[in-house]
Design a protein around this ligand. Structure first.
Ligand code: DSN
Length: 425
């Protein structure tokens, strides 16, 4: 068969783009080479509907070993008793949690997308908002989760489930407080830790597993694995909500969730990706990863300080995690303009609504910036100032093509210090 040069050339071009630019999208990262290698291997050829030891196809003995290793390593990372590593993405993981816990039309409470939440936490455009009755809580004027509003809405509306978790929120969560509120109405607490999972895994942020019934995550953000999703329980339990499987049987929560992933929302698992997940989970259990987590937080805090010293308005005035949200209104800029102009200088980040935004989600008043990817490339605190200075120069000279050209060249030179996949030539 002839090699598809067209596609391989484009993949090479994407490698060059990643190498030469500064990657500040808070949800992105660079996996290790072995994680990527595993994704291009033969388990991609295998159908394995079901779970290890209980498959619908023959020939699953090897993928059973791979998937079991992935599950066992993941359980060790978060000190869990049960985990499902099959969700193809975070959205798929969340879909399965909804299917296990909620009936169509039932109420749940999640952080508003415009306040930092996620599509699957009840956006009207998403299955979560279309199938269920989505209610929302927000953040205070100071940009901190409005726990009082969350309590008032919970008591008034008695949702079946409360979701904690966000895509653009820089502070840690008070899971204990949310569980206390949920217990007042017997609601399920579901934490979606897709963004901070790597920092929770290393004990640098509050532990949601102590207080939340169900936890989901992606594997490719701060966990630095392949693209994918996972669902976990610290303690399995006989569900006190009387949730039943499709045949009407009461089951343990783990069993309901397994059924909700397969056959509920997915068919065959991606065993080549599960192999890559297992490798990344092994990496997370290393001391190197603990040091990585600490460096992320140090870098994010140094970057936040540097932006604030230049008069940028950070929502909640800082960060506890890997990201920050900047309101650009005092700089007379929109998120859209900032993202598009920084893109030209090969600095990649995303426009983002800020709390109480007066602009549409296509324009936005803010940008979201995260440091997991640049930290993987080896950046330390001293490099944050350099990057902020480059971003600031572009934003303060937003229509000046000369500045953009100069910064783009500086970015390329600067990134030579942080080689990416040198083995790939
Ligand atoms: N798209 C992801 C993010 O950027 O945060 C969330 O799924």
């Amino acid at each position: 068969m002839q090699k598809d040069i067209l596609i391989f050339n484009l993949i090479r071009k994407e490698l060059d783009r990643q190498r030469n630019g500064i990657e500040l999208i808070a949800s992105e990262n660079f996996t290790s080479l072995q994680v990527m290698e595993a994704m291009g291997t033969v388990p991609t050829n295998k159908y394995a509907e079901g779970y290890p030891g209980k498959r619908y196809y023959g020939g699953c003995e090897v993928v059973d070993e791979i998937e079991t290793l992935a599950i066992e390593r993941l359980k060790k990372i978060f000190n869990c008793s049960w985990a499902n590593v099959q969700p193809h993405s975070g959205a798929q993981a969340n879909g399965a949690v909804f299917l296990a816990v909620m009936k169509p039309g039932e109420k749940f409470l999640g952080l508003d997308l415009s306040m930092g939440g996620h599509l699957t936490h009840g956006s009207p455009a998403n299955f979560s908002g279309k199938t269920y009755q989505a209610l929302h809580y927000g953040v205070t004027q100071e940009g901190i989760i409005d726990y009082e509003q969350l309590e008032v809405k919970t008591l008034a509306e008695k949702p079946k489930m409360i979701i904690c978790g966000a895509s653009a929120y820089s502070r840690d969560w008070d899971y204990k407080r949310i569980r206390t509120i949920a217990d007042e109405v017997g609601a399920v607490v579901f934490a979606d830790i897709a963004h901070p999972a790597g920092l929770i895994a290393t004990g640098l942020l509050n532990d949601p597993f102590e207080h939340c019934h169900i936890v989901s995550s992606t594997t490719h953000k701060t966990l630095r694995g392949p693209r994918g999703g996972i669902i976990m329980l610290r303690h399995d339990f006989e569900n006190p909500w009387g949730l039943k499987d499709p045949k009407g049987n009461l089951r343990m929560m783990s069993s309901l969730l397994d059924l909700a992933v397969f056959p509920g929302t997915q068919g065959g698992p991606l065993e080549h990706v599960i192999a890559a997940k297992a490798i990344s989970f092994g990496e997370i259990l290393s001391d190197d990863f603990k040091a990585y987590g600490k460096q992320i937080i140090n870098n994010a805090q140094a970057m936040a300080k540097s932006f604030m010293s230049r008069g940028y308005h950070l929502i909640s005035k800082g960060t506890d995690s890997h990201l920050m949200l900047i309101d650009l209104r005092n700089k007379n800029l929109t998120g859209k303009k900032a993202q598009e102009t920084l893109d030209k200088a090969h600095i990649t980040l995303n426009k983002n609504s800020v709390p109480f935004d007066d602009k549409s989600p296509f324009v936005t008043s803010g940008i979201r910036i995260g440091v997991p990817a640049v930290t993987t490339r080896g950046m330390k605190v001293e490099h944050m100032e350099t990057m902020v200075s480059m971003i600031d120069r572009v934003l303060m000279n937003i229509d000046d093509e000369n500045t953009i050209d100069l910064v783009r060249n500086e970015v390329k030179e600067f990134m030579k210090q942080f080689p990416l996949y040198p083995e790939l030539g």
